[in-house]
Design a protein around this ligand. Structure first.
Ligand SMILES: [Zn+2]
Length: 230
């Protein structure tokens, strides 16, 4: 006999990933369709339905055929805990271990299931109980409380108005490296100098340096007013 039980461990990791994916998709849609969830989890639609049924039995999701899936309160509590682990770990890797912001997501995907509440509490204290991760996503508190902010896509920002970069919607490593090259990082000061017509490029002032980006990239950058960044 060993003290590790891989099948059960994988089972709980799969469940946690499932609940987390529903939570993240629920930010944009009230009920999550099986096909959308299957794509996010990179598993087949039948496996997704099967898992949804199991989790519905455990009263962690509500699954109504043809209407989609949503979390129960108990399901949301688990999802928020995993999201808290993920985002705290990302920030810890950046701030304490010197990782770049495009390198942390995959590490956190693995670690989020393995860490104890005690370790997460110590990491949160070490980081000063932060509210946002390296990509500007809110970090749920130990009770699942979230400090969400009203942010505006840079593409819709007023010309000549100073703002602070607060959150990124596209967090693929390629996009993060591109934004980093342009100085478009969290808490950078940004101002639109001019926009070209017909969805043309935006000319920006980023921490005092002129930069040009496409309007589609500007959709992914969320901005807070300069006076009141949080
Ligand atoms: Zn991540």
């Amino acid at each position: 006999m060993t003290d590790h039980q891989p099948p059960e461990e994988n089972y709980s990791k799969a469940n946690e990933d499932f609940l987390k994916a529903v939570y993240l998709l629920q930010q944009d849609q009230e009920r999550v369709q099986t096909s959308v969830l299957a794509e996010a989890l990179n598993i087949s639609a039948p496996s997704t339905t099967e898992m949804a049924k199991k989790l519905a039995k455990a009263q962690l999701v509500i699954h109504e055929p043809y209407r989609g899936i949503r979390l129960t309160e108990a399901g949301e509590r688990i999802a928020l805990e995993i999201v808290r682990h993920h985002r705290l770990l990302e920030l810890f890797l950046v701030q304490a271990l010197g990782y770049a912001w495009d390198e942390v997501h995959e590490e956190a995907e693995q670690l989020e299931h393995a860490v104890s509440e005690r370790l997460m509490q110590r990491i949160a204290e070490y980081l000063g109980n932060p509210r946002y991760d390296p990509h500007g996503d809110p970090i749920p508190g130990p009770e699942g409380d979230i400090h969400d902010r009203e942010l505006t896509p840079l593409a819709e920002w007023e010309i000549g108005e100073k703002g602070l970069i607060a959150r990124l919607r596209d967090q693929s490593p390629e996009m993060l490296r591109y934004l980093d090259d342009k100085g478009l990082v969290i808490a950078a000061q940004v101002e639109i100098l001019k926009t070209d017509p017909f969805d043309g490029p935006l000319t920006l002032l980023v921490d005092g340096t002129e930069q040009v980006i496409g309007v589609n990239v500007a959709q992914y950058i969320l901005v807070a007013p300069y006076e009141n960044p949080h």
